[in-house]
Design a protein around this ligand. Structure first.
Ligand code: S3P
Length: 432
């Protein structure tokens, strides 16, 4: 039996449990930061240089989108050059494919531009809520038409002549904050986003670093009409990708994994705190500028309670933390996780189904996910529901099953969204 096999034209992964994960990896470029670097470069009047961009399909969709909007991108090896500053009406609809970050952030830019932009995505993006961005952008003066009265993509946005607003997002969402801030760069007067619960701060941090008029005070971010200046920037490694290997190292006996150059700034470090609370042996050696080298060794875990307030800091890591919780001693409770229903798949449903397939008990209690813990995982058959994080989560879950058990993940192609090199990295860590 082969320990690892990808078949079905790349769409089915089969993995056999047994043997530790050992070694060192460099993570792919952070997806959230890559999108923003490209969009800010498209707004900057001149040429920016970006290295270490995510090689995933979502970020490739943003490269194409800024191209359609008039930015000129050129890649030479590790470095992508973007000549921005002169945005123009796209010749046709922009297809963001599976990328929620692309469509929501680009909606903010499109709202500022005095022409019509049509933003469309795949079936998953078209199901996801867009009113959270269309409502504030309309208040700022953009004309937006979309399916179900603008609640869903495709979105047809005619922008320009914006006025600043004060916005308190009803859901904690970095994408919503970012869309409003990006539109604010084009608006008359101040645009203020006041977040009741802080979310990842990449947009305001990068706007400030690249010279736009932005101010952060407490939970409030204020922008005024301005543009970033052209910049040179190196994208750090993706903590959301790192989380899979940290949990893998924690739960597969005999493992030790080191991950280099992982971003661990505001809004992205919550999963490390939670893993430590569960008793995982995780060390983080600073490597400058919110970057760290993370090492994790296998060991016993205990159940944990994650409060709703912590969720924005680990929103993308809840599925993989649920695998850690499944094998931990005692129950775990992830509170206020209703937003997971609106990700690339309904992740509450996908996580429950995946855990059940591997023999772990969990349930949704209102807005909380409860994982009973103490499971002895067995191999099973998982459907990733087209969701990259679900696919990678249950590959790791399969590795934590009884030795010799096989787990299959259908819908494996979705991993290309954020981490095309996942299998290669897994092979490296298993020494197979
Ligand atoms: C992201 C914000 C989060 C996260 C997504 C990326 C971003 O979404 O889940 O993967 O880059 O701003 P929400 O803003 O919907 O919470």
């Amino acid at each position: 039996m082969c320990a690892l096999r990808v078949s079905g034209g790349g769409d089915v992964l089969a993995v056999v449990a047994g043997g530790p994960l050992r070694g060192e990896l460099r993570m792919p470029g952070d997806k959230s930061i890559s999108h923003r670097a490209l969009m800010l470069a498209a707004l900057a009047d001149g040429t920016s240089q970006i290295s270490g961009l995510s090689d995933g399909a979502d970020v490739a969709a943003t490269v194409r989108a800024i191209g359609a909007l008039g930015a000129v991108t050129e890649s030479g090896g590790e470095v992508v050059r973007v000549r921005g500053g002169a945005l123009r009406e796209p010749a046709g609809p922009i297809d963001v494919e599976n990328s929620g970050t692309s469509i929501r952030l680009l909606a903010g830019i499109a709202a500022g531009c005095p022409f019509t932009t049509v933003l469309a995505g795949d079936a998953s993006v078209n199901r996801r809520p867009m009113d959270r961005v269309t409502a504030p952008l309309r208040l700022m003066g953009a004309e937006i038409h979309g399916a179900d009265g603008g609640r869903h993509a495709p979105l047809r946005i005619t922008g320009g002549d914006l006025r600043g607003i004060r916005w308190e997002p009803p859901v904690a969402s970095a994408q919503v904050k970012s869309a409003v801030l990006l539109a604010g760069l084009f608006a008359d007067g101040e645009t203020v986003v006041n977040e009741p619960i802080p979310t990842r701060a990449h947009t305001e941090e990068m706007l400030a670093a690249f010279g736009a008029d932005v101010r952060v005070r407490g939970g409030e971010v204020t922008v005024r009409a301005s543009r970033p200046a052209p910049f040179a920037f190196e994208v750090p490694g993706d903590p959301s990708a790192a989380a899979f290997w940290l949990v893998g190292a924690a739960v597969v006996p005999g493992s030790e994994v080191t991950l280099h150059d992982v971003y661990l700034g505001q809004g992205r470090d919550g999963f490390v705190r939670v893993l430590r609370r569960m008793g995982a042996e995780v060390s983080a050696a600073p490597a400058g500028d919110h970057r760290v080298r993370l090492t994790c060794r296998s060991g016993p875990l205990q159940g944990v309670t994650v409060a709703a307030r912590e969720v924005p800091d680990l929103v993308d890591e809840i599925p993989i933390l649920a695998v850690a919780a499944a094998v931990a001693t005692g129950p775990s409770r992830f509170e206020g996780v209703g937003e997971l229903r609106h990700k690339e798949s309904d992740r509450l449903r996908s996580v429950l189904a995946g855990l059940a397939a591997l023999g772990a008990a969990a349930e949704v209690d209102g807005e909380s996910l409860v994982v009973h813990g103490g499971a002895r995982l067995r191999g099973g058959s998982i459907n990733a529901a087209g969701d990259h994080r679900v696919a990678m989560t249950f590959c790791i879950g399969g590795l934590a099953a009884a030795d010799g058990d096989e787990t299959t993940v259908e819908g494996w192609h979705s991993v290309a969204t954020s981490y095309p090199g996942f299998v290669e990295d897994l092979v490296g860590l298993r020494g197979a």
